[in-house]
Ligand binder design. Structure first.
Ligand code: NAD
Ligand code: 6OD
Length: 484
C-alpha cells in the first residue's frame, strides 16, 4: 500500500494517523495519507522559518532562479510520474492532465523565476528643503513563511501557481494540499530534494481543514501570509484565522460564471467554447460556465448544438483514448451534484440532456460519474442559477439586448470570470468594461498568459496574482531614503 507522507525540513514524515486516498474513477484505495497534527505543522513552520533566515534567505536571486529552473526541468523529466499521480488522484482524462496540469506545473516555476529576475524597483530623486538632494529607492523583501492551502480540481497547477512565485520572491512555504489529492504535492518534495532546494524551503502537511492541518497551519502565528484557493466559505474561515496577527491573504474563490453568446458570434466556435467552459474537467473548474445566456434569434439552435456536443462527450477512465469527461472527485461531491440535478427536476426545469448517472461497467461502476447536463426554463432566482454547483452542467436562458445580458451576468454575488462570444468589437469592449469580474474572455475561454493579472471580484476572491502582480503579495516594498 502506498503511503503519502508529509514533507518537513527535507524529510518524508509518517504520522500515527492515516486516512485513505481513493480513486474517483473506480473508488479503489490508492494509498494511505499521513495526517499532520499540530506537532507536524509546528515542525514544518519552524523549518520554513529557519530556512528563511538561513540558506534560502541569503541566496542570491541568480542562484534561486537557477534552482527554480531546475525544479521545472525535473518536473518535466519526471513528467510521467506526475501525470500518473495526478490522474490517479483526480480521475481526469490523461489528455487533459498531459496538456494542462503537468506542463503548467512546470511552467509556474520558470515564469516567476523570469519575472523576479527582470522586474525593476522604483527610484525617485528630489530636492530637499535645505537645497540638497535626496534619492529614494525601493527594496523588495519576501513576506516570510507563506501558508499555501490548495483545492483538488487542478492540484499541481494551482499549488505551483502559488509556490512558484512565493519561492521566486525568496519566501519559504508550507503547503496543505487537498485531502482528496495528496500525490503531486508529495512528489514535488522529491523534486525539491533532487535538485538541491535547501531543506525547509518547501514543506507539505497533509490533512483536512477544520481541526486538522489546514486550520493548524492558517492559525499558526509564525505563518506570515496565507494564499488560498478554494470555496468562498472556506475563505471566510481562513480570513478569520488570518485576522489574528493581521496577516495578509490572497484568495482565489468560487464562481457562478456567465457565458454570453450574441447572435453575431461565430456559431461553431461559440458552441465549442461553451462546451469546454461548461464540461471540461467534469465541470470542476472555478472559471467554468454554469450560466449561459444566448441571444434570442439563435437560442433554440444553440441549445440543440450544445446538447449534441454534450451527448458526444465520451465518459470514461483517464487512460481510455478519446475520453472527454472523467468522474467527479468524490462520492460526497457526486451526491452534492446529483442533489442539484434532482432539485432542477423538482423546480420544473426542462432537462435538455443528462440529469443522472451514466451506465458504467465493471470496476468503473464504483466511480463518481455524472452525465453532462443542460437545463433551460428556470427562473434567475433558482438555486441552480445562483449557487456554484462545480459539476458538468449549465442552465441556458435567452436574452434580447446587450444591457440585459450584462445585467444578467452581474446578478450574482460572485465575480470570477466570464466568456463572451461576439464578432462586434464594441459589444465585446462594452461587456469587458461592464461585467463585474476579474477575468473576461472574448471569443475564448481559459486562454492564459501567465504575465497577466488573475483573480476574482466580489465573493470570488481578494487580490490578484500572475506576472508582476504576484510580487505585490509575495514581497513587501521597503523604501530607502538617502540624503545626499
Ligand atoms: P475547499 O474550500 O473545500 O478546500 C480547499 C482547501 O482548503 C483544502 O485543502 C481543504 O482541506 C482546506 N480547508 C477547508 N476548510 C479549511 C479551514 N477551515 N481552514 C483551513 N483550510 C481549510 O475547496 P475545494 O472543494 O477543494 O475546491 C473547490 C472550490 O475551489 C470551488 O469553490 C472552486 O470554485 C474553488 N476554486 C477557485 C479557484 C480560483 O482560482 N478562483 C480555483 C480553483 C478552485
Ligand atoms: O490558470 C491559472 O493560473 C489558474 N489559477 C486557474 C484556475 C482554475 C480554477 O479552477
Amino acid at each position: 500500500m502506498k503511503d503519502f507522507l508529509n514533507f518537513i525540513d527535507g524529510e518524508f514524515v509518517a504520522t500515527g494517523k492515516t486516512f485513505e486516498n481513493r480513486s474517483p474513477a473506480d473508488n479503489r484505495v490508492l494509498g494511505r495519507v499521513h495526517e499532520a497534527g499540530r506537532t507536524e505543522v509546528e515542525a514544518a513552520v519552524r523549518a520554513a522559518k529557519q530556512a528563511l533566515r538561513g540558506p534560502w534567505g541569503r541566496m542570491s536571486v541568480a542562484k534561486r532562479v537557477e534552482l527554480l529552473y531546475a525544479v521545472a526541468d525535473e518536473i518535466n523529466r519526471r513528467f510521467d510520474d506526475f501525470l500518473a499521480a495526478e490522474i490517479a488522484d483526480t480521475g481526469k482524462p490523461e489528455s487533459l492532465a498531459a496538456h494542462i496540469d503537468i506542463p503548467r506545473g512546470a511552467a509556474n516555476f520558470k515564469v516567476f523565476a523570469d519575472i523576479v529576475k527582470n522586474v525593476p524597483t522604483e527610484s525617485f530623486e528630489m530636492t530637499t528643503p535645505d537645497g540638497g538632494t535626496a534619492v529614494s529607492y525601493a527594496l523588495r523583501s519576501p513576506v516570510g513563511v507563506v501558508g499555501v492551502v490548495c483545492p483538488w480540481n487542478l492540484p499541481l497547477l494551482l499549488m505551483t501557481w502559488k509556490v512558484g512565485p512565493a519561492l521566486a520572491c525568496g519566501n519559504t512555504v508550507v503547503v496543505k494540499p487537498s485531502e482528496e489529492t495528496p500525490a503531486t504535492a508529495t512528489l514535488l518534495g522529491e523534486v525539491m530534494k533532487a535538485v538541491g532546494v535547501p531543506d525547509g524551503v518547501y514543506n507539505v502537511v497533509h490533512g483536512f481543514g477544520p481541526d486538522s492541518a489546514g486550520a493548524f497551519l492558517t492559525q499558526h502565528p509564525d505563518v506570515d501570509a496565507i494564499t488560498f484557493t478554494g470555496e468562498t466559505r472556506t475563505g471566510e474561515a481562513i480570513m478569520a484565522a488570518a485576522a489574528k496577527g493581521v496577516r495578509p491573504v490572497s484568495f482565489e474563490l468560487g464562481g457562478k460564471n456567465a457565458g454570453i453568446v450574441f447572435a453575431d458570434a461565430d456559431f461553431d466556435k461559440a458552441v465549442a467554447g461553451i462546451t469546454r467552459s461548461a464540461f471540461e474537467n467534469c465541470g470542476q473548474v472555478c472559471l467554468g460556465t454554469e450560466r449561459v445566456y444566448v441571444q434570442r434569434p439563435i437560442f433554440e439552435r444553440f441549445v440543440q448544438a450544445l446538447k449534441a456536443k454534450a451527448e458526444a462527450l465520451k465518459i470514461g477512465p483517464p487512460e481510455e483514448p478519446g475520453v472527454g469527461l472523467g468522474p467527479l472527485i468524490s462520492r460526497e461531491h457526486q451526491q452534492k451534484v446529483l442533489g442539484y440535478f434532482e432539485r432542477a427536476r423538482a423546480e420544473g426545469a426542462t432537462v435538455v440532456t443528462g440529469g443522472g448517472v451514466p451506465p458504467m461497467s465493471g470496476a468503473w461502476a464504483e466511480g463518481h460519474w455524472v452525465q453532462p447536463t443542460i437545463w433551460t426554463g428556470l427562473p434567475e432566482t433558482s438555486a441552480l442559477v445562483r449557487e456554484e454547483i462545480f459539476g458538468p452542467c449549465c442552465h441556458i436562458a435567452p436574452f434580447d439586448t446587450v444591457d440585459e445580458a450584462i445585467a444578467l451576468a452581474n446578478d450574482t454575488d460572485y465575480g470570477l470570470a466570464t466568456t463572451v462570444w461576439t464578432t462586434d468589437l464594441s459589444t465585446a469592449h462594452r461587456c469587458a468594461r461592464e461585467i463585474e469580474v476579474g477575468l473576461c474572455w472574448i471569443n475564448s475561454w481559459f486562454l492564459r498568459d501567465l504575465r497577466t493579472a488573475f483573480g476574482g471580484s466580489k465573493a470570488s476572491g481578494i487580490g490578484r496574482e500572475g506576472g508582476v502582480h504576484s510580487l505585490e503579495f509575495y514581497t513587501e516594498l521597503r523604501n530607502v531614503m538617502v540624503k545626499l
